[in-house]
Ligand binder design. Sequence first.
Ligand SMILES: NC(=O)c1ccc[n+]([C@@H]2O[C@H](COP(=O)([O-])OP(=O)(O)OC[C@H]3O[C@@H](n4cnc5c(N)ncnc54)[C@H](OP(=O)(O)O)[C@@H]3O)[C@@H](O)[C@H]2O)c1
Length: 370
Amino acid sequence: MDKLSTGILGATGAAGIEFVRSLINHPWFEIKELYASEKSTGKTLEQACALNITDVPDNIKKLIIKNTEDVNIGLDLICSALPSKQAKKLEPKCAKHTPVISTTSAYRYEDDVPIIMLEINGETHYELLKTQKNRGWKGWIAPGPNCTTVGLAMALQPIYKEIGIKEVIMTSYQSISGGGYPLITQWEKEKSKDLPYPLKLEEAILNPKPRLEGNVIGYIEEEEPKVKKEIKKILGNYENGKIKNAEFKIDCTCVRVPTLYGHFEPIFIKTKKECTIDEIKEIYKEFNNYCKKEFGNLPSSPKQTIIVLDRPPQPYYDANIGGGMSTIIGRIEKSSVFDIKLQALSNNTERGAAKGVVQVAEYLYKKGIL
Ligand SMILES: NC(=O)c1ccc[n+]([C@@H]2O[C@H](COP(=O)([O-])OP(=O)(O)OC[C@H]3O[C@@H](n4cnc5c(N)ncnc54)[C@H](OP(=O)(O)O)[C@@H]3O)[C@@H](O)[C@H]2O)c1
């Protein structure tokens, strides 16, 4: 069988390199071309990538990075992991001739663009891709969600469907890799063997230089509005050719913490109907059975979509479970203010970016849309 020839835009970045890893030895897709910015053009992946890629096979490390101005129109599939501003210009140029799966937010909120999370809306939302033909494109753009929305969506959707949700409060503890390779290299430079003692200042600095090691930063640009907006689209129903957003109240705070991979999210939920902790666990079990039956045979699907633990999920131990595709949910408890509280953990570069949308491409390939 001929594999689909695949190009990766932004291949040298934190999300792009996970596209590379997700496609190595893939049964249906084959990496043909890698693209990044002008500063990487003409270098090999190994020379251009600032991240640790010792696990990547030599034949891929030696591929020469091309400029995104020269994307090959003969490719069968394009994976985009560009900064959103660049994706806004480049993804539609590519979609004119080739299907694009994307980790970026550039087209996520447009009416004819679904945010597909297979296990949640995969069976219906992909229909919207067909309406993108009206833009005069032969291909389409299928973006995945923001990496912070993923664990939240996985934790909420089975509960939303079975017992209903009125209100949600979430706080994310987001890893450094979520900010891309510049943040990872900044953190590497800041790390020292000494404990990072806080400074002894008399007065607060109004605009301190960003510091990652030994610190917590309670603001991530554009993150909170994105999460609040897209969670309702992802959990929405596909009706009469449109997505009708899910209805519940939600607020969140997004925080950067010095962990490398995995976004950790305590979530408080007010439900429509009363429920016990055992019922919630049973709902997740049924959801897992559904995921296994419908999507379990796709190459990137994990053995278990949701893994329930009685302890708090921990990024260091749990972020790569299920090939980085499982959502780990722990400490499901009754809340004295809301009804339920729990903690979710999801891998931001795999489920939350590249591998999550590769799984979508696998499904679309099986459906004959790709
Ligand atoms: N990191 C995550 O966990 C994550 C999760 C979900 C979604 N996303 C989304 O994925 C996208 C990439 O994020 P990232 O974290 O991987 O960022 P990143 O590590 O900074 O990588 C950015 C990539 O884009 C390339 N690039 C930058 N400016 C460019 C330009 N002007 N023209 C062409 N290529 C350019 C870079 O190439 P050079 O190496 O040449 O600079 C690099 O390959 C973003 O839209 C982000 O929101 C990221």
